[in-house]
Design a protein around this ligand. Structure first.
Ligand SMILES: Cc1cc2nc3c(=O)[nH]c(=O)nc-3n(C[C@H](O)[C@H](O)[C@H](O)COP(=O)(O)OP(=O)(O)OC[C@H]3O[C@@H](n4cnc5c(N)ncnc54)[C@H](O)[C@@H]3O)c2cc1C
Length: 424
């Protein structure tokens, strides 16, 4: 027997549950369909199990998109303060960790429970786990062919998120269905993801795996994206965050941030001693006795980094003036010419690297790209060329920085869509 609904939401994650709850509490008959065994896995594992569910500093400036203004309306209509009101109503407590990032005091399960209760309050019906085999248009709405039988709905919401962490059941479902209905897609790619290097190039640094320090990372786009005027990728991005060396390359919050801007062929620049002038500090330290260059650097860095980086920096980077940097580590500071110390300082502040790739969707926190915002109304998230079809959350070409912004986009786009479903 066919089941008929006002709205079917595919994807019971952050955005889908929010949209379903908001629409159902406004009186709509809503069904939420998800193929997973467990509810909202990405909320569960997020923020180290404590879910960094928003950021107090949220504004459109922390989102990447072909149209950076697209998220403005949804964020204004439902921002961090609104989500905090919801948590308060459910007696969930939180704390601020770092630069406006808010985490649950208890566990991310409490956020899942809030959304589950909000869905229950509206009488949302569930089909889970349930595979959707296909979606079609028919008079009066959409027909879903599911393993639990056909579902008919006047409106359809695509909320299956991005492709990051396929091992948790992430798929490109929303993008496939959007394409089926003629919507343009901005090429998806892994984002908030570690960067990798050619194994030979990285060999001298591989021993540094596990070393972490605060750095300033800069990315300048080597070429405009997508050719010409439609490109909205910021020409320059800069982050002061921690960097982590790994066996295959670089990770840590700073690299994850930069990775969303990086494209193959682009260099990244790392200031390994932000906030100081290493060249002048090294020259000034010459008078300070018998210490080696490595020992001097070890005052600012972990010793392991000072030794291995100095050993690798000359030959491995392939940049100019290698002869100035070769074999410096063991030399006494006082014996090294000022010119060579200044060259070293310059390299420390402007270490330029050309990553060869990313660690891919298996290690990414999000997918960037997705359904082109030009296809959607920014207030309702409804497709202009396919009335009744909405796309929300990570499946849309709106990608937040690290720090709670992606969940805020999920909540904001979910609420905008849920309200619009109930108005129409
Ligand atoms: C390890 C990790 C940590 C993260 N930590 C944070 C954080 O602390 N703060 C933050 O802001 N963001 C974080 N993120 C990003 C955040 O989880 C996502 O941006 C957010 O969950 C996107 O919400 P969504 O509703 O669009 O998609 P999701 O929450 O991913 O939900 C999509 C749902 O669709 C279902 N689905 C997928 N394919 C199908 C299909 N074919 N058929 C039926 N159902 C399907 C899935 O099972 C899932 O339930 C993290 C991501 C990862 C991977």
């Amino acid at each position: 027997m066919d089941a008929r609904f006002d709205a079917a939401v595919i994807g019971a994650g952050a955005a889908g549950m929010m949209a379903a709850a908001v629409a159902a509490q406004r009186g709509l008959r809503v069904v939420l369909v998800d193929h997973a065994q467990r509810l909202a896995e990405k909320i569960r594992i997020s923020g180290g199990g404590r879910c960094n569910f928003t950021n107090l500093g949220t504004s459109p400036a922390q989102f990447l998109s072909r149209n950076p203004d697209f998220c403005r309306s949804a964020l204004r209509a439902y921002g961090p303060a609104d989500f905090l009101d919801l948590l308060r109503a459910h007696r969930v407590s939180w704390h601020e960790k770092h630069r406006g990032q808010l985490f649950c005091d208890d566990s991310s399960e409490s956020v899942i429970e809030v959304l589950r209760r909000e869905c229950a309050a509206g009488g949302v019906q569930w089909r889970m786990p349930c595979t959707v085999r296909g979606v079609g248009r028919e008079t009066g709405g959409f027909r879903l062919d599911t393993e639990a039988g056909p579902i008919r709905a006047a409106r359809l919401v695509l909320a299956t998120g991005g492709m990051a962490i396929p091992q948790l059941g992430a798929t490109d479902f929303s993008l496939r269905i959007a394409r089926q209905f003629g919507l343009r897609i901005v090429e998806p790619r892994p984002a908030l993801v570690p960067l990798t290097f050619d194994a030979d190039h990285w060999k001298p640094y591989a021993a540094l795996a596990g070393v972490s320090l605060e750095v300033r990372l800069t990315h300048e786009a080597a070429a405009p994206e997508g050719g010409g005027k439609r490109s909205r990728r910021p020409a320059r991005a800069e982050f002061l965050e921690d960097l982590l060396f790994t066996h295959r390359g670089l990770s840590g919050p700073g690299i994850l941030q930069i990775s969303s801007h990086w494209r193959p062929g682009d260099p990244i620049r790392i200031d390994l001693a932000p906030g100081g002038d290493m060249a002048e500090a090294l020259v000034a330290a010459k008078s300070g006795g018998r210490q080696t260059v490595a020992a001097a650097l070890a005052q600012a860095w972990p010793r392991r980094l000072a030794e291995a980086w100095l050993a690798a920096a000359g030959p491995a980077d392939g940049a100019a003036r290698d002869e100035d940097l070769a074999n410096l580590g063991g030399q006494r500071l006082a014996d090294v010419a000022d010119r060579r110390l200044r060259a070293l300082g310059e390299r420390i502040h402007r270490w330029t690297l050309w990553p060869t790739g990313t660690a891919g969707y298996k290690k990414a926190e999000v997918m960037s790209g997705g359904v082109d915002t030009g296809e959607l109304d920014q207030r309702s998230l409804e497709a202009r060329r396919c009335p009744g079809l909405h796309v929300i959350g990570e499946a849309v070409d709106v990608t937040g920085w690290l720090g709670g912004y992606n969940f805020q986009w999920a909540w904001s786009s979910g609420v905008a869509c849920g309200r619009a479903l109930a108005v129409d």
